[in-house]
Ligand binder design. Sequence first.
Ligand code: DAH
Length: 340
Amino acid sequence: MLKEKIKKIEEISVSEIKKAANERALFDIKVKYLGRKGKLTEILKSLKNLNENERKTIGPLANQARQKLESEIAKRQKELSEKIDWEREKIDITLPGKKTEIGSLHPITLVYREIEKIFASMSFEIVEGPELETEWYNFSALNFPPDHPARDMQDTFWIRSEKEKFVLRTHTSPVQVRYMEKHKPPFRIIVPGRVFRNEATDAAHEHTLHQFEALVVGDDVNVGHFKYIASQFFSVFFGKKVEIRLRPSFFPFTEPSFEFDISCTVCSGKGCPSCKNSGWLEIGGAGMVNQNVFASAGYPENRYQGFAWGFGIERLAMMKYKIDDIRWFESGDLRFIRQL
Ligand code: DAH
């Protein structure tokens, strides 16, 4: 009985081993017969219950069967490992390849780099400051009166804090005072940077913007210097002769203060839809540094003169690349960035 059973197991298992399609299937067969609860293992384990006579005949038979299975498994194992699975190795040369995507720079980065290049060529130093600013640097040091509307929650992002009052800087002007505290005139700097306004957004308004500030201070710096430097910069930036126009304005940190226009970069001042037929485009604010700002930085009163301006970088990028909606810049839409 047991003899036949062993023969049968040997026969069936050997034929299964030969047919095993892959290594996984072969492993399963091995477990089925030789595993801890395998069919042949069970028989080998039961040998101890037999009487001595039976054990003498059945024992060697069962061991031979085990050796046979083991050698057949090893044989099949070798065959399978040498066999190349052509189905898996097949390469479909008609499949399209994986393209390596090449990135492109954001228009704000492009304009940043252009601005920095032009000002570096005019010996300006490029300076940066913190985006999280104290109320002192963002407002008070710049001569904003305590009740100025810009200090309002509606216009500015205030940060809840215990001791000092912090804001997300609303302009790059605070870096003027930070720089002057550490440097003596004469100097010329530009400050590119990100600024924040508590603003309802539309095609012309964003809550996150970029500006660049300029500050030139010395013994006898005047408005003529400012107009010259500005017209040099804009002419190089737009690649054509650009005229400057100043209109009286007010900023707490300059005296006198100006609104600053450039001749229309589309029609060169003749009048077109881009400039609403005025021939001019509004760019930003500027002025001669207020002596109170020099005082905030610790400079003696009426000792120095200087000019400053603050321009929006988005506005320049919109003009240069003909972008019609300011919200594109922060949209994260790659189709927008890839065009440039
Ligand atoms: N900080 C002003 C703003 O964001 C812009 C500005 C105006 C900057 C006049 C200046 C300046 O340096 O002189 O609206």
